[in-house]
Design a binder for this molecule. Structure first.
Ligand code: SAM
Length: 339
């Protein structure tokens, strides 16, 4: 079950009637994986990182406006120096209704084995691990890092033991790359007691790989999964849930399908993003960044920064235009936005 309950007040409302509660913060755009569908193979980060104090000042302003959920991401967030101190400080913040923040992280899990317990102790609530194959050889072909599969599996198990629950495992599916893993993932969900969520591939890569044919649409996926074991529908955890949830008719385990391409959920979007260099992005597919950090450096007060954020949110894009004529790729790729 998600611990997020979107009943808290928020001053962050867009012109399409959506209320924004969730902030995804990229704390570095460095990554130790070079996943073939995401990175172009180069190692370098493109953008700077703020200091912990700078992130905290900006996040406090967001929280004062109504943000109640923070997801740390990247790049690879576990590479960030000072991560435990940052999480400790975030855990001290309170929402507008006086509750602790819902603090989550999306990670590739490579360094999670050693960090899961300290992160839990620092105040992290739960974790989502990205893992695109259950077969070690396929996994390492995708990440382009040897021995990565064992590390991630150990990380998932360490997260479960540390109580970073529910542990979710996200798999981006690409036809011809890893769609032979679908049935294996259904068994993995049952055996490991994790929530496995399949994500449709979006045009957010550094290179020029995306075509509609690479996307495994939700209907096709449901048919394949039903062949492993009978599925039952599960209700959404909350109104802005991105995944269509399924349980198994017999036994444990949960599956989810996140279908931004064939079943877009923009109408219920409650998210905005802060990049590692302090820019606000109101949509993954935005053509522009909004320079919050620059305004902070120029000396704006917290009230002035808050007014700026409210105004930026007001103009959040209504929806993305993937697959439509004239679609433009966003001005940054996923690794440099924060997924
Ligand atoms: N390094 C962390 C990780 O691996 O989870 C966080 C950053 S990563 C960019 C966040 C998520 O975005 C991962 O689950 C990754 O698979 C996903 N992702 C990257 N490119 C994508 C794309 N083009 N379409 C859909 N998901 C994508």
């Amino acid at each position: 079950m998600s611990s997020t309950v979107h009943t808290a007040p928020s001053r962050l409302r867009d012109s399409h009637g959506r209320v924004i509660h969730d902030l995804r913060v990229s704390i570095t755009d460095r990554c130790n994986y070079r996943c073939v569908y995401c990175r172009d193979g180069e190692d370098g980060a493109k953008y700077s990182e703020l200091s912990n104090e700078e992130y905290l000042r900006l996040i406090r302003v967001f929280v004062s406006l109504g943000i109640s959920k923070i997801r740390l991401t990247g790049g690879e967030p576990l590479l960030r120096k000072g991560l435990l101190e940052l999480v400790t400080a975030l855990a001290e913040l309170r929402t507008l209704t006086g509750e602790p923040l819902d603090i989550a992280m999306t990670t590739n899990g490579h360094l999670l084995d050693g960090l899961a317990a300290p992160l839990k102790q620092a105040g992290l609530g739960r974790v989502t691990v990205s893992m695109d194959a259950v077969d070690a050889a396929v996994f390492e072909e995708i990440t382009r890092v040897p021995k990565s599969f064992e590390r991630v599996l150990a990380g998932i198990r360490a997260a479960q033991s540390a109580g970073l629950n529910p542990v979710k495992v996200n798999c981006v599916l690409l036809r011809g790359f890893n769609d032979n893993q679908i049935e294996g993932f259904a068994r993995f969900a049952q055996e490991e007691g994790v929530i496995v969520r399949f994500i449709e591939f979006m045009p957010l890569e550094e290179g020029r790989l995306w075509t509609p044919d690479l996307v495994i649409p939700m209907n096709e996926l449901v048919a394949r999964l039903s062949g492993v074991a009978p599925l039952k529908d599960l209700p959404p955890n909350d109104a802005s849930e991105t995944a269509k949830r399924f349980g198994f008719t017999h036994g444990n385990g949960e599956l989810g399908i996140i279908a931004p391409v064939t079943r877009a959920f923009c109408g219920a979007c409650s998210r905005i993003r802060l990049t590692s260099d302090g820019k606000i992005r109101t949509c993954l597919f935005s053509q522009v960044d909004h320079d919050l950090y620059g305004r902070m450096r120029a000396g704006l007060s917290d009230e002035e920064l808050g007014a700026y954020i409210e105004n930026v949110v007001r103009y959040k894009e209504q929806r993305h235009h993937i697959g439509e004529p004239g679609f433009l790729k966003p001005s940054r790729s996923m690794v440099h936005i924060g997924g």
